[in-house]
Design a protein around this ligand. Structure first.
Ligand code: DGT
Ligand code: CA
Ligand code: CA
Ligand code: ZN
Length: 597
């Protein structure tokens, strides 16, 4: 079993226990181990071979050891099954509806026997919720909105970028084992364009020279159909296999002749809109473009087909990176030599948002530092939560000052990478920051973000964000729109005014690389660039493994036409620090003294 499958079972058990009214310690213990598994690089199956090793994991005692063994052996967990006899499985969907916690979900079940999002919507629409303690009229409206979003987003049948990416990589490794005939496996479609969600996977396979006879192609197709994670075969043609995986993701695999690889890659990468525009251009030039080749209209002579570069070049266009292929001006830019020189993963020199065990992260300062150095970074900022985020064990002034000391002390043990003392300080309802100025002044990097009151009216939310940007201590706004991919829409506010203010005050906007966020998204990043707003790309890692999410942030930034020069964490340390908005020189009164005065 994969770690994430075990984690899912544990997490659902925790959620069901919470709905069931279990005491916090009981369900948190399941949740904690689930989170731990999400961040673990080693396979839990391997660790579990030795109980001693298993119990070295934080939060895993004898009881949890037995539960993990049961899950690994049976693929399920008896307590979860027992709870699912008490509550319908759809009740877990309700927890995904934003603004609904386990207490409210439990109440809905107790009072109305409602355990579906449809049922919830009906209750809210009929006005049956606003008399119930803890709901209220305003929250009835919020619930209607959130239920609508949930249905729209989760019912879309689309997948998170990292899920599709993981599936593609696993399948590619399997396909490569088909034997000598396979030369390359290349993902195309929305995954190659780095879109925030993926509808289905499009994989292109080329065969080695001399191994592209139909019998070789058939052998590879037969091999693919033996992939253990296939739930259903949807199509099996001469050069194409379509399957649905157990995850629900559909995969279209195409087996190609090498000579038409460029044309096929171009076609199946899309987007459809980009392809249509390219075809039009080809026609105007007296050619025709399809998935096999660019050919002359008359006579059908091949003009180019082997590589994308050749085809673009014949069309008198500079090579267009996949992330730009949305027909939003890239063809014109390619014709006039005005394409952006997009930022790359290699350009990134530091990661500016991550959490440690001081708040809701799973690793220590040192572990994050070591892992980041392993990725070749020059600096990182450790940015734990502030006090308002109680669920994440956010830090107050005193703990923040202690954390700064700990980061400074850790620096003497972690070499070859600069550890910057940061904070993810909460932007409160009125736009003020959640910590005293004197403490904010002590930090190297102040990242500010919203985690509460997310349903404010547009004008109110705009004022709140403006206040946060105008606060002289704010240097970076993290996950600026609060959206959750496939779960929650961006906050409503006047984006143009916010970006103008960010540009004016030198506040950087984050492109949060965590695949559930990817916030700001591509179109907003492009708007930011046009206004000269500084960008940072950060992972928001809650474990060392999450540091690897940087690539999704970079892809999102590339989709927003972002260049290296727009991103301040591509700068060497000194230049980066100089590019951060300068903080006021606060009167250095120690906090303790000020408070007692
Ligand atoms: P997705 O799967 O919804 O995330 O998005 P894509 O872009 O991967 O779309 P998909 O899988 O339907 O098709 C893959 C590519 O194949 C698409 O980006 C462009 C190309 N393609 C598919 N159908 C058409 C079509 O009818 N006309 C043109 N010009 N291209 C198409
Ligand atoms: Ca696709
Ligand atoms: Ca497809
Ligand atoms: Zn956050």
């Amino acid at each position: 079993m994969e770690n994430k499958e075990v984690a899912k079972i544990l997490r659902e058990t925790a959620q069901l226990l919470e709905i069931d009214g279990a005491i916090i310690g009981r369900y948190r213990s399941y949740e904690k181990v689930a989170e731990l598994l999400d961040g673990l690089t080693e396979r839990i199956e391997d660790i579990a071979k030795d109980d001693k090793k298993l119990q070295e994991l934080p939060g895993v005692g004898e009881g949890m050891t037995a539960h993990i063994h049961e899950i690994l052996k049976t693929g399920d967990y008896s307590l979860r099954q027992k709870l699912l006899k008490k509550y319908p499985p759809t009740i877990l969907d309700l927890l995904e509806v934003h603004s609904l916690g386990p207490k409210k979900v439990a109440l809905l079940w107790k009072k109305f026997k409602v355990a579906t999002v449809d049922g919830l919507e009906k209750l809210a629409r009929e006005g049956k919720l606003h008399d119930i303690p803890g709901f209220g009229e305003k929250s009835e409206q919020n619930i209607l909105k959130a239920a609508g979003q949930f249905k729209h987003l989760s019912g879309s049948g689309r997948f998170h970028l990292n899920v599709a990416d993981d599936e593609a990589q696993k399948l590619a490794v399997f396909i490569a084992k088909a034997g000598v005939a396979v030369e390359s496996v290349t993902p195309a479609g929305s995954l190659r364009r780095g879109k925030d969600t993926v509808g289905d996977l499009d994989l292109l396979i080329t065969m080695r020279p001399g191994h592209d006879k139909q019998k070789d192609v058939d052998a590879v197709a037969d091999h693919i159909l033996k992939y253990p994670e296939i739930e259903q075969t949807l199509a099996h043609g001469e050069n194409k296999v379509s399957v649905r995986l157990t995850s629900g993701l559909q995969v279209d695999v195409r087996l190609l002749e090498k000579k038409s690889f460029g044309a096929a890659l171009l076609y199946f990468t899309g987007s459809k809109e980009h392809n249509v525009a390219l075809r039009g251009r080809a026609n105007e030039m007296g050619w025709t473009l399809n998935e096999y080749a660019l050919t002359t209209l008359k006579g059908g002579k091949v003009v180019a087909s082997r590589t994308e570069e050749e085809i673009y070049s014949k069309l008198k266009l500079a090579y267009i990176e996949p992330e730009l292929r949305e027909n939003t001006g890239e063809i014109d830019a390619a014709e006039h030599g005005k394409l952006p020189k997009l930022v790359t993963l290699e350009d990134i020199r530091g990661d500016l948002q991550m959490h440690t065990t001081a708040s809701d992260g799973h690793n220590s300062i040192e572990e994050m530092g070591e892992a980041a150095r392993g990725l070749g970074y020059e600096y990182i900022a450790l940015t734990d939560h502030s006090q308002a985020v109680t669920v994440a064990n956010g830090m107050d002034e005193k703990r923040t000052l202690e954390q700064i000391k700990k980061i400074r002390a850790a620096q003497s043990r972690v070499h070859g990478i600069r550890l910057l003392a940061g904070i993810e300080v909460d932007i409160k309802k009125d736009g003020s920051l959640d910590l005293e100025d004197e403490v904010l002044a002590e930090l190297d990097v102040v990242v500010a973000s919203v985690h509460s009151y997310m349903n404010m009216e547009r004008a109110e939310m705009t004022d709140r964000m403006l206040a946060a940007i105008e606060n002289p201590y704010t240097q970076i706004i993290a996950h600026p729109t609060g959206r959750l991919v496939l779960r929650r829409d961006p906050f409503e506010y006047d984006m143009e005014r916010i970006l103008d203010a960010a540009a004016k005050h030198g506040v950087a906007m984050e492109c949060n690389a965590f695949p559930d966020r990817l916030d700001m998204k591509d179109v907003h990043l492009r708007m930011a660039k046009q206004r000269g707003v500084k960008i940072v790309i950060s992972t928001d890692a809650h474990s060392t493994r999450h540091l690897l999410y940087m690539k999704y942030g970079v892809e999102t930034a590339r989709r927003g036409w972002i260049e290296k020069k727009d991103v301040i964490n591509t700068l060497p340390l000194d230049h980066f620090l100089a590019a951060l908005r300068p903080k006021p020189h606060a009167a250095k009164k120690p906090v303790a003294k000020r408070k007692s005065a």
